[in-house]
Ligand binder design. Structure first.
Ligand code: CP
Length: 317
């Protein structure tokens, strides 16, 4: 694997999950693989899980790790070519990227969508510049349109908890006070569509995701109908994708929150969320604290998805 930014980079999912379960059973089996190799993790945005789980995964593989928070202690970076740099940005990404590449063997990048310019976000300008100019394998720690390490961890978790060969997985929009990117739902849809699960997306009108991510998923605007018989409920907020409302909050209707009454419509479903989650906006306290909530093992599997990805990148060096 040369880079990891989408489901298409990981190859057959059954083999990826098999490798993940092997890594999970013996996570220190490859400590020699990363000896004298350095991972540079670059964050343009905040993180708890991605930062810690990816660092732990690289440590399990014997790597050295450097972490750069671009907005704390580094020069402010210009990302647009052709800009007259007379403002507060002291360095251009086009110099910064090869410099960063010269200090490491593998680069992880977190760079969210700005939600101002859909074309710019969906071109994945920042992470693609790292791939083009760093000279190193690059993996996404959540980019503008996808969060593949999260989706891979979600898939591992579903495979661990499913009791049916073909579970019904429902991704439901839920309210949030701020405009959030579409990266997590896009990516989750992309990974679920690569399985043979019965995959349903439910959201209010106006929150349609990009058709290339919706793919073969069933879209059901009636949340209660969508949840009937579900084996897994995956809650997430996202802002509007469709023009002219790209990046906007169209609804904060708390009638879409996942609560016990909604979960009662399911087939005793497991509750999932990538975290961080706003309680009593996205999900009620009782649901997230219930025995069917698997948000903590789901987050724990972030270490495993990251370890498989970094292992494969190290094997390709
Ligand atoms: N799920 C996730 O990516 O969490 P962080 O934003 O805390 O890394």
């Amino acid at each position: 694997m040369k880079n990891f930014t989408t489901v298409h980079d990981i190859g057959p999912l059954d083999l990826a999950v098999k490798e993940a379960l092997e890594v999970k059973a013996n996570r220190f089996a490859f400590t020699d693989l990363g000896r004298n190799k350095t991972l540079l993790m670059i964050f343009f945005n905040s993180s708890l899980r991605t930062r810690l789980s990816t660092q732990k995964a690289a440590m399990n593989l014997g790597m050295n790790i450097m972490v750069l928070d671009v907005n704390q202690g580094a020069w402010k970076l210009e990302t647009e070519r052709g800009v007259i740099m007379d403002g507060d940005k002291a360095e251009h990404l086009l110099e910064a990227i090869p410099v960063m590449g010269s200090y490491c063997d593998i680069i992880g990048v977190r760079s969210f969508a700005g939600l101002k310019d859909k074309a710019e976000d969906y071109e994945e300008r920042v992470i693609n510049q790292f791939i083009k100019y760093s000279g190193r394998p690059v993996f996404s720690m959540e980019a503008a349109t996808r969060h593949p390490l999260q989706s891979f961890a979600d898939l591992i978790t579903i495979e661990e908890y499913k009791t049916k060969q073909r579970p019904k997985v429902v991704m439901t929009w839920a309210p949030h006070p701020k405009a959030l990117p579409q990266a997590v739902p896009n990516s989750f849809a992309e990974w679920m569509n690569a399985t043979d699960y019965d995959f349903v997306i439910t959201h209010p009108h106006g929150y349609e995701l990009a058709p290339e991510f919706v793919g073969k998923a069933k879209v059901e605007y009636d949340q209660r109908k969508a949840l009937e018989g579900a084996d897994f409920v995956y809650a997430k907020n996202w802002s509007a994708y469709a023009d002219p409302n790209y990046g906007k909050v169209l609804s904060t209707d708390r009638g879409w929150m996942v609560d016990a009454e909604k979960m009662a419509l399911t087939d005793n479903a497991f509750f999932m969320h990538c975290l961080p989650v706003r309680r009593n906006m996205i999900v009620s306290d009782d649901v997230i604290e219930s025995e069917r909530s698997i948000v903590i093992p789901e987050a724990a599997n972030r270490e495993i998805s990251a370890q498989v990805v970094i292992k494969r990148l190290l094997e390709s060096l």
